[in-house]
Every structure is written in structure tokens, then in C-alpha cells.
Design a protein around this ligand. Sequence first.
Ligand code: BGP
Length: 469
Amino acid sequence: MKFANDFLFGAASASYQVEGAWNEDGKGISNWDVFSKIPGKTFEGTNGDVSVDHYHRYKEDVKLMAEIGLESYRFSISWARIIPDGDGEINQKGLDFYNNLIDECLKYGIVPFVTLYHWDIPQVLEECGGWTNKRTVDAFVKYANVCYKAFGDRVKHWITFNETIVFCSLGYLAGAHPPGIKNDLKKYFQATHNVFTAHAKAVVAYKNLRQFGEIGITHVFSPAFSIDNNPDNEFAAYHANQYGIAWYYDPVLKGEYPQYVVKYLNENNLTPEWTQEELNIIKIAADDNDFIGLNYYQPQRVMKNIKFENSKESSRDNSTGAPGNVSFDGVYKTVKMNDKKYTKWGWEIAPDAFLEGLKMFKANYGDIKIYITENGLGDEDVIIQDEVVDVPRIKYIEEHLVAIKKAIAEGINLKGYYAWSSTDLLSWLNGYKKQYGFIYVDHKNNLDRKIKLSGYWYKQIIEERGENL
Ligand code: BGP
């Protein structure tokens, strides 16, 4: 089987992780500009001040992407570059940068797939409560409209938010991402609701402009599986999927929150402050939402948490289901299993669980169009005689593309695959050590670029439309 001609083979990045130029050309300060400079917050104090300097080297990067044969590039816009204080004046130089980047992609026939929010919020808004403050919702819709109007003639694929569960749980429960708050369930659930409202309003605003593109959202997709058929553990997996999947996907795709979680929130005085108008717009937008983006790295293997432990020690990996974490309510924990394979960073490699998860997804959410907006292997790449020989990455991506092939054969509506990432980039908390790219960036040598073995391999896959996978 070949992948259909309208299936997009791409790769992805995010503004803070690649751009650098953190204070150039009128850009405002973002939450990450501040947070990454607090001692002890990131791996060896790394930050995105320069990152891989995509801001200045985007032409070179897009050219290399074209050499690889990428059909699409998913990147995010830095809100603070467009509206430096989040809610006020527009910065023309910020618009210029993205106009140039988009045009550069189109020059090579690369489809720009744009994420509006990949975690870098203008610091001014963060200081006013960030996503817990409803003012941020309105500011986001305004910012989204500015982007639609400036770029919508050429950008026909929009993602409102990247991985709400990650930035909200790490921001308000684990304290590992900005604003660095720990164990505040009230804020956590309020922030998620405000994001869903902002998504819904941005979808409706987009449709009102009649630009005839498509708009959706990207979520982490980390389906939970019980470690065995013990009913207690099976219940733990059900519970995990209600909080990790249903809470995030239901409002976007079904237009309402899952009753299982709402009941818990009501009983525990955690119900977000939501108005009927907000709930209505979430309902309306569900019909207008064109696709869902899934970021799949790993499943969660869960079991009932017998000895009560709370989630105080949760790490960044809590949100993607990495082993060794206890749920915020102490009901279940994620565990490492002897018969599974793991990356150097302890993330499970499980293409079979990907396929299984996609089947569960279809059973729950039907035929909504799906893009895999991230998937990839974080590794320390091997260099032999000046060539980056990232064979484990090739194997990883190949296995996941095979899973996608099988899923398509089973009628799952998959329309694209974006490897994480295009170039090597800054990993939020793991610095530059954890590499993901098709394009190597040499930090010891002027940030020089070089296509890795995986890049040449991906080129061939694209040319053959995956026939020989
Ligand atoms: C996803 C994020 C990406 C990227 C990726 C890899 O959750 O959307 O921005 O960071 O994870 O994560 P890490 O860099 O921690 O390995």
C-alpha cells in the first residue's frame, strides 16, 4: 500500500524551541524567556535566547527541508513577536518574519501548518494570571484574528493549541513549566477550561472570516492501558483515560465535558467558573472543528495505586505517561514493564499501542480527520566520520509509520504525519542533549546544519509514498 497523495509527510518545530532572537525586532518577553532563566529550572540552565537561531537562518532551514522532500512544515508563532504585551499594539516586524517564513516554505511547495500557541505566552499576560485569567481568552482570540488576517491567504491549516494537558499540568500541578505552580487543582482545571473556551472562540472566529482553510487543535495522545486483566487495574486505566483523554478531547470533539470528571469536580469543589455562554460556544465550535492533531510518543501502563502517594514528585514526564508517576488524585500510577522497550529518557517505544490507541480513538470519536502532529525519538545521536548515523530514529519512525499504514487500512481517517522534529532543537527541560531532528545542528561549530541519515531515509519514504515500509 502507498500513502495517498493528499497524505502530508512533514516535520514539526515550535517557536521557543528553534527561533532564538528572544529580544530582537520588537519581540515582547515570553513566560519561557523568564522561566528558563530561573536557576535550576532547566537542564544545565539552557534557554532559548539563541536556540538554533531559526529566526536568522530560516532560509537555510527551509532549503534543507526541501532537500529532504518535506511536503509540510509545522511551526508555531510566537505570540509575543506579534503582540509584544499580549493584548496591545501589533509588531510589524513580527508579522514580517512569519510572512517571510511562510513565503519561503511556499517557494519550495512546502505546506505551512501553523500552531498559534506552543506554550510561549507573553509575560505580561502570564503575570496577570495566564490561562487562569479569562482576559487571556479574549487576548488570544484577538491574536488569532491578527494571524488569520495576516497569513490566512497562504496558511490553510491552523492548530490553535499544542498539548493543553502538558502546559496546564506542568504549569499548575507539577510546577515544572511556567508559571511553576504546584498542586493547584483549582487553577489547573480552570486553566484547561479557559483554553477550551479560547480554542472554541478562535475556531468560530476563523470560520466567520470564510478563509476556507481548516482549523483544529493538537493534543498529546497517551492512551492508558492496564498492565493486566485485574479489574482494579482495568478500572485504573479507565480512570486515567477519563482524565487524560476524555477531559481534553470531549469538549473539542463532542462539545461537552465528560460527566465522570465533572461529577468529581462538583463533589470536590473544583468545578471551573464557567458560564452558560462559554459552554454554548464550546458546543457550537465542536461542529466547526475540522481535525484533531495527535502527538504520540508513548502509551501509559497503569495500575491501581495501592499505597497512597501523592503527585508531589511528578516530573515533566507525568503528562506523557512516562513510568513512575502517580496520578494527582492518587488513584493510579504509571509503571515500567519488563517486557517493554524504553528510550534513554525512559519513554516507552510502543508502535503497537499506537495502533491500539487509534482504534480506541475511532471507537470513541468516529471519523474526524486526524493528523499525527508529533512523533519521534529523543536520542543522543551517533556521529561516524562526520555523518550523523541516527539509525534508532529511522527504526522508530518506520515502526510508527507502519502502525499508521495499518490504521489507515482499518479505516482510520489519518491525513498526515509530522515527525518531531525538523531540525535538532531545544528540549524544554532537557536542553540540546536530547535530539529529535532530521537535520543536525552543531552547537560546537557555529550552529552548522547537516542532514542526518534519517533525513535521507525520510526523503526516500516520501518519494515512494511509503510503499516499501
Ligand atoms: C511534546 C512537545 C514538544 C516537544 C516534545 C518532546 O510534548 O509538544 O514541544 O518538546 O514533546 O519533548 P522533550 O523535549 O521533553 O523530549
